[in-house]
Design a protein around this ligand. Structure first.
Ligand SMILES: C[S@@+](CC[C@H](N)C(=O)[O-])C[C@H]1O[C@@H](n2cnc3c(N)ncnc32)[C@H](O)[C@@H]1O
Length: 275
């Protein structure tokens, strides 16, 4: 099994001309929906302020760092993969964005003072920390560097009943651990954080049936009649994400459907010290 750093370097190299594919997936329409719907959820959970300093932990190719940078004072993106960090820097340069810095991190502790950040965001990162002790140390560090009154947001693929260890995850040649929601909650609450919100992510009942029919037609070599609808479907799915995420969460809670990606938002109390 490859180490995580090499595995992520390799994925980045494979998708050098389409960096989003290195961090989401190979279908560009799905990527547009997933990216937009995730950002919709985070925008609703945390009111970003122009004075904010944000840490994007596991920044990948910088899809969050650049999005935050357009809305806040300063963003720091860190990642274990030097190639991801290099790509994120190039993306920031190409977009003319200057209020970001990107660094490769090799080990804990994180190189930041206590209470440095108004928000720490870590989308699709924690599952790649497969060792539970290392995950606990990482969560502790994330909570240490967020200021009292600040937030931690993250999205993770979760396990429904018991943790699942994957030696390889799709086209990613490294390992991943899908944990139960409760495990994340316990870890963050154990560090003194308070859960503000948790819900399903990117589970649109409009987008996914559309994508299923589109892919079926393509597989059967039938005329592609649906691609012209894609922009409207994606836009309507993203706009209705907050509503549909609640509906899907309701069904998921009752075991009627199964949604595997979950969004979490934790807040550090004003008088909060990390434990
Ligand atoms: C699926 S990508 C997500 C990237 C980005 N957060 C996004 O949502 O676009 C996972 C990223 O986590 C990084 N990563 C994995 N383990 C890490 C760790 N222990 N510390 C920091 N970054 C890590 C990988 O190098 C990769 O860039």
């Amino acid at each position: 099994m490859k180490n995580q750093r090499d595995a992520w370097d390799e994925v980045t190299s494979r998708h050098i001309h389409h960096p989003l594919r290195a961090v989401i997936g190979v279908d560009d329409l799905n990527n547009t929906y997933i990216d937009g719907s995730q950002k919709r959820l985070i925008s609703r959970a945390v009111a970003l302020e122009p004075s904010f300093t944000v840490l994007d932990y596991g920044c990948g190719v910088g899809r969050w760092t650049l999005w935050f940078a357009r809305q806040v004072h300063h963003v720091v993106g860190v990642d274990i993969s030097p190639k991801m960090v290099e790509t994120a820097r190039q993306e920031a340069d190409a977009a003319g964005i200057q209020n970001v810095e990107h660094h490769t991190v090799r080990k804990l502790p994180l190189p930041f003072e206590n209470s440095t950040f108004d928000l720490v965001n870590a989308v699709w990162v924690l599952r790649y920390i497969t060792d539970d002790d290392e995950l606990a140390r990482t969560v502790k560090e994330i909570c240490r560097v967020v200021r009292p009154g600040g937030h931690v947001t993250f999205i993770e693929k979760i396990a429904r009943r018991q943790p699942v260890f994957k030696e390889h995850e799709g086209e990613f040649s490294g390992a991943a651990a899908y944990r139960e929601s409760e495990q994340y909650r316990t870890l963050f609450e154990g560090c003194g954080m308070v859960m503000k919100e948790s819900g399903v992510s990117s589970a649109s009942p409009l987008y996914w049936p559309y994508a299923f029919v589109r892919d079926t037609l393509k597989r059967r070599g039938m005329p592609d009649l649906l691609s012209r609808l894609a922009p409207s479907i994606i836009s309507a799915s993203i706009t209705s994400e907050n509503l549909t995420a609640r509906m899907m969460h309701f069904l998921d809670d009752r075991d009627i459907i199964s949604c595997s990606h979950r969004f979490f938002c934790f807040r550090k109390p004003e008088n909060g010290n990390t434990r």
